[in-house]
Design a binder for this molecule. Structure first.
Ligand code: ZN
Length: 265
């Protein structure tokens, strides 16, 4: 190989290397399986426990990402309760990582169905969009859209953070799908695909405020579900986790804000 060809090969290799690193290969992902321990997730008396499904999808996602060369940190890898501030602290201990919180939805109306994805920080929008697009395309469920919400783990994390609701466990179709390992594997694969394919995040000028570039509270407007009010009242921890900033943003969109479980706020 002459010197010219060697230089060409070198240039090609470094271009590929750059392209791969731009798509996050070999990066770090903090996986946050929702709930755990005494916190089952979902509505009281819900037949399918959310905490088990989120953990299973999270562990599957870890295996997939590690096989693709990612470094993976889990906020929990067993059935334990991890307080939200601890989950955030784990995320923030890994600057440069992406944070993906895995949840399943619930509603008092059994017909409620679909997949929805949340983000808060503007640098998380591309990750949210990529994960959402891939999960929806791999699932038979309805697309409920991507929403911007100030849930605790999205608001307090200092790295791009996304919370994906992988379908309603209270819906007969989505609930029975979530109980099969094949479907949970598919969900994990699609989330991983979304992480791998995310475009480089758009970096806003430091002088622009979050409000000035906001597309509104939702990218996609979807009908709100009616959730049990009594559960919200009983959720003391949800209130204690909410900052005044979050209260303000939530009160500005009271009709669209659907009830969330305490450990997601
Ligand atoms: Zn949840």
């Amino acid at each position: 190989m002459n010197r010219y060809r060697l230089i060409l090969v070198f240039a090609f290799a470094s271009t590929v290397g750059l392209a791969v690193s731009a798509f996050g290969q070999g990066g770090t992902v903090v996986i946050d399986p929702g709930h755990g321990g005494y916190d089952r997730g979902g509505v009281p008396g819900q037949r399918i426990s959310e905490k088990d499904k989120t953990l299973d999808v999270g562990l599957r996602l870890r295996r997939i990402l590690q096989a693709s060369g990612y470094r993976v940190i889990m906020t929990r890898d067993s059935d334990v309760f991890i307080p939200l501030p601890t989950r955030v602290a784990i995320a923030n201990a890994h600057p440069g990582a992406n944070f993906v919180s895995i949840h399943f939805n619930c509603a008092s109306r059994v017909g409620a169905n679909g997949i929805e994805t949340y983000y808060y920080r503007s640098d998380s929008a591309s990750l949210a969009s990529s994960i959402h697009r891939n999960v929806v395309s791999g699932a038979p469920s309805e697309n409920r859209g991507i929403r911007r919400r100030g849930f605790y783990v999205l608001r307090r994390t200092a790295i791009p953070s996304v919370l994906v609701e992988c379908g309603f466990l209270t819906n007969p179709t989505e609930g029975s799908l979530a109980q099969t390992g094949d479907y949970r594997q598919k969900l994990a694969e699609q989330i991983a695909r979304g992480i791998r394919r995310q475009p480089a995040p758009y970096v806003r000028p430091l002088t622009a405020s979050l409000r000035s570039v906001s597309l509104g509270n939702d990218f996609v407007r979807v009908p709100a579900e009616s959730f049990s009010r009594s559960r919200k009242r009983s959720s003391k921890s949800a209130r204690s986790y909410r900052s005044s900033k979050s209260k303000k943003s939530e009160s500005s969109t009271p009709r669209k804000k659907k009830h969330k479980k305490s450990s997601e706020e």
